[in-house]
Write a protein that binds this ligand. Structure first.
Ligand SMILES: Nc1ncnc2c1ncn2[C@@H]1O[C@H](COP(=O)(O)OP(=O)(O)O)[C@@H](O)[C@H]1O
Ligand SMILES: [Mg+2]
Ligand SMILES: [Zn+2]
Length: 478
C-alpha cells in the first residue's frame, strides 16, 4: 500500500484526465490551442471538483518546455512541468490566500509580477482560496489584474464566489466547476480501486459517492480509508467508517415498521443509540430513505435521484408495502420530529415516539381505526413503554390476507381456517380451528416461507400453531 493519499496520487495531470467539467475542458483546450490566453481566470465551485488541479494543469500547459508554444498536452516530465507539480517553479507561484491574505502579501505579489519569467513563457499566479484575501489586498491586486504585464496570468480559485469583490470577478474569465454526478464519481473510484487492487463492490462505491457531496477529494479520501480494511468492502463498511447509519440498520428499522413490530423497532433504535449514533443522525437517514421511497413510488425509473444509502433493489421491495399517502404522512412525521429534536433535551425519547408514529396504522390520518392502547406483549414485554401503541390486529389480519392472496387456490381454503395472532422477532403464531391442527402442523414450513414473503422479512420465520375456539362465522377468533 502506498503512503501517498489517493487524492494526491490520482491528481489529474492533463485536461483530458479531468473528470466531468466538459465545458471547462473544451474552453481551456481551445484557449491553449488558439493562444487565446486571458490575463485572469477565476475558477469557482465546491470543494474537490478540480479547481486547483486545473489551475496547475493550465500552468503546465502554458509553460511546458517540451513544445515550442503552449500545449494542451503538457509533457509532465520537463523541468517546468515537474517544478509546477512540486510547487517549486520560479515562474508559477501558488499562493494559499488562506494563510497569505494581507495587503503586504498582495504588494509582494505585484512586485514579482513585473519581473519577466525565468524559464517558462508566462509568470503565473495561482491564488488558491482567494476569497480569504482582505479587502485591501484585493484592491491592491485589482489594478494588476486589470492590466497585467503581457506575460502574466492570474488564476484565482475559490469555493465562495460571493466573497470575492465584484470588481475582481468582472475582470476575470469565470469558470464554474460543477459538483460531479454520482455516476461520474463511481466510475472514477472504480478505476482507482482497480489500479490499487482494492476489492470493493459497486454498491459500496455508490455509498461513497453519495457521502461525498459531488466532490472527488472526499470520495477518494473515504475510499482510501475503507481500503485499509482487510476484506471485500461493502456499503455497510463504508457507512460504518463514515459514521453513518448502515443500510442493514436502516432496513431493520423499516422492516420492523412494515411488520408492525414495535418491540423490534424500539430495540433497533436502542442499539443504534447505544452504539453512539445520535437520534438526529438516525432521523436524517430515515428521512432520506423515506424520501427515496417516495421517489420510487412516483418515478420508479429515476434511480439517479436516490440519495440515501439503502439500495434501489431493497427500496423497491419496501415501496410495495406502502402507498403514496402513507409515505407522505411518514415524511411529515419525520420532519415534525426533526423540529422537536432541535429543542428537546430528551432526543432519544422523541426518536422513539417518532418511530412508533411511523407504523402505518398509527399515522395520524390512516385507514385503520382500531388504535387502542394495549400492551404489545401479554408477558409485559416492554408493554409499559408504549402507552400509545396498539397491538395491531388490523395489520396482522392484513398480512394474513396477503398470505392467502398469494397462495394457490387449493391452499386458500385451508389457510382461511387460521388467524395470524402474533408476529414478532420473525416468530408467527397462528390460531387454527382444532380440526385442522395436524394439517397446519405439517405445512408449517411452507406457511413460514409465505409469511416471510408477505412481510418481506430477510430472516426465516418460525411458525407456531395453536388451536382456537370456533367463532360464530366459522373463522377462528384471535
Ligand atoms: N474533476 C476532477 N477530476 C479528477 N480528479 C479530481 C477532480 N476533482 C477533484 N479531483 C481529485 O480530488 C483531488 C483534489 O482536487 P482539487 O483540484 O484540489 O479540488 P478543488 O481545488 O476544487 O478543491 C485531486 O487531487 C483529485 O484526486
Ligand atoms: Mg483547491
Ligand atoms: Zn513539460
Amino acid at each position: 500500500m502506498s503512503t501517498v493519499a489517493l487524492h494526491q496520487k490520482y491528481r489529474p495531470q492533463t485536461i483530458a484526465e479531468l473528470v466531468g467539467q466538459p465545458y471547462i475542458k473544451t474552453a481551456l483546450t481551445n484557449a491553449v490551442k488558439y493562444l487565446q490566453i486571458a490575463p485572469a481566470y477565476l475558477f469557482t465551485g465546491s470543494r474537490g471538483t478540480g479547481k486547483t488541479s486545473t489551475a496547475r494543469i493550465f500552468a503546465k500547459s502554458l509553460n511546458c518546455l517540451n513544445t515550442k508554444k503552449p500545449t494542451d498536452q503538457p509533457c509532465g516530465i520537463c523541468q517546468s512541468c515537474r517544478s509546477i507539480e512540486t510547487s517549486n517553479s520560479l515562474d508559477v507561484s501558488e499562493i494559499d490566500a488562506a494563510s497569505n491574505n494581507g495587503v503586504d502579501d498582495a504588494r509582494a505579489l505585484i512586485e514579482r509580477s513585473t519581473l519577466a519569467p525565468v524559464a517558462g513563457r508566462y509568470r503565473i499566479f495561482i491564488l488558491d482560496e482567494c476569497h480569504c484575501l482582505t479587502g485591501n489586498a484585493f484592491n491592491a491586486l485589482l489594478k494588476c489584474i486589470e492590466e497585467p504585464p503581457p506575460h502574466v496570468v492570474f488564476i484565482l480559485c475559490t469555493t465562495e464566489l460571493h466573497k470575492v469583490l465584484p470588481t475582481i470577478v468582472s475582470r476575470c474569465q469565470v469558470f464554474n466547476f460543477r459538483t460531479l454526478s454520482i455516476q461520474a464519481i463511481v466510475q472514477h473510484l472504480g478505476i482507482v480501486a482497480d489500479a490499487e487492487s482494492i476489492s470493493i463492490d459497486e454498491e459500496a462505491l455508490t455509498a461513497i459517492a453519495r457521502l461525498s457531496d459531488g466532490g472527488l477529494r472526499d470520495a477518494l479520501q473515504l475510499l482510501g480509508q475503507v481500503s485499509l480494511l482487510d476484506e471485500d468492502i461493502t456499503a455497510n463498511h463504508v457507512m460504518e467508517i463514515a459514521g453513518g447509519v448502515t443500510e442493514t440498520e436502516l432496513m431493520s428499522i423499516l422492516q420492523a415498521i412494515s411488520t408492525n413490530n414495535t418491540f423490534n423497532l424500539l430495540q433497533v433504535a436502542r442499539v443504534l443509540i447505544d452504539s453512539g449514533k445520535t437520534p438526529k443522525l438516525i432521523l436524517s437517514n430515515l428521512l432520506q430513505t423515506y424520501r427515496d421511497l417516495l421517489i420510487i413510488k412516483s418515478a420508479p425509473k429515476e434511480q439517479s435521484l436516490l440519495t440515501g444509502c439503502v439500495s434501489y433493489a431493497q427500496l423497491k421491495v419496501l415501496a410495495n408495502h406502502w402507498n403514496f399517502e402513507t409515505l407522505n404522512l411518514s415524511l411529515a412525521e419525520l420532519q415534525k420530529a426533526e423540529n422537536y429534536l432541535r429543542y428537546t433535551v430528551n432526543a432519544a425519547v422523541w426518536l422513539e415516539v417518532c418511530l412508533l408514529n411511523l407504523i402505518p396504522s398509527l399515522l395520524p390520518v390512516s385507514a385503520s381505526k382500531t388504535v387502542t392502547a394495549k400492551p404489545v406483549d401479554d408477558k409485559g414485554h416492554d408493554g409499559k413503554l408504549l402507552p400509545a401503541v396498539a397491538a395491531n390486529t388490523a395489520n396482522l389480519a392484513q398480512i394474513w390476507q396477503q398470505v392467502m392472496d398469494t397462495a394457490k387456490p387449493s391452499n386458500q381454503k385451508l389457510l382461511a381456517h387460521a388467524n395470524l395472532v402474533k408476529l414478532q422477532d420473525e416468530k408467527a403464531i397462528l390460531e387454527v380451528t382444532p380440526a385442522y391442527l395436524n394439517k397446519f402442523e405439517s405445512s408449517k414450513e411452507a406457511i413460514a416461507k409465505m409469511l416471510q414473503r408477505a412481510t418481506q422479512s430477510q430472516q426465516p420465520m418460525t411458525v407456531l400453531i395453536k388451536t382456537a375456539n370456533k367463532s360464530s362465522n366459522g373463522r377462528v377468533k384471535a
